[in-house]
Design a binder for this molecule. Structure first.
Ligand SMILES: [Zn+2]
Length: 81
């Protein structure tokens, strides 16, 4: 499957809706952008979910697990008191 896309003025690239549907990519889902040794841009889905709430919004990798920013904020509030 070859999809040719133009990079917008702001640097955005749209993932074709058919591909998003096929892969079940949700609005707001985070993806990882890497460059391999050949200079190819590799777009990967961030797999995993928050170890506290199970969500997958704004995940941060902590060792081999993920935690979301909302849970980090809750933990900060508890530790602060
Ligand atoms: Zn969470």
């Amino acid at each position: 499957m070859l999809n040719e896309k133009k990079v917008s003025r702001s640097g955005s690239i749209t993932i074709p809706s058919s591909l998003r549907r096929e892969l079940g990519i949700e609005n707001g889902e985070r993806v990882k952008i890497d460059v391999n040794n050949a200079g190819d841009i590799i777009l990967s889905r961030i797999t995993g979910s928050c170890m506290m709430c199970g969500g997958n919004d704004e995940l941060i990798k902590l060792d081999s697990k993920y935690i979301c920013k909302a849970c980090i904020s809750k933990i900060n509030d508890i530790v602060k008191d």
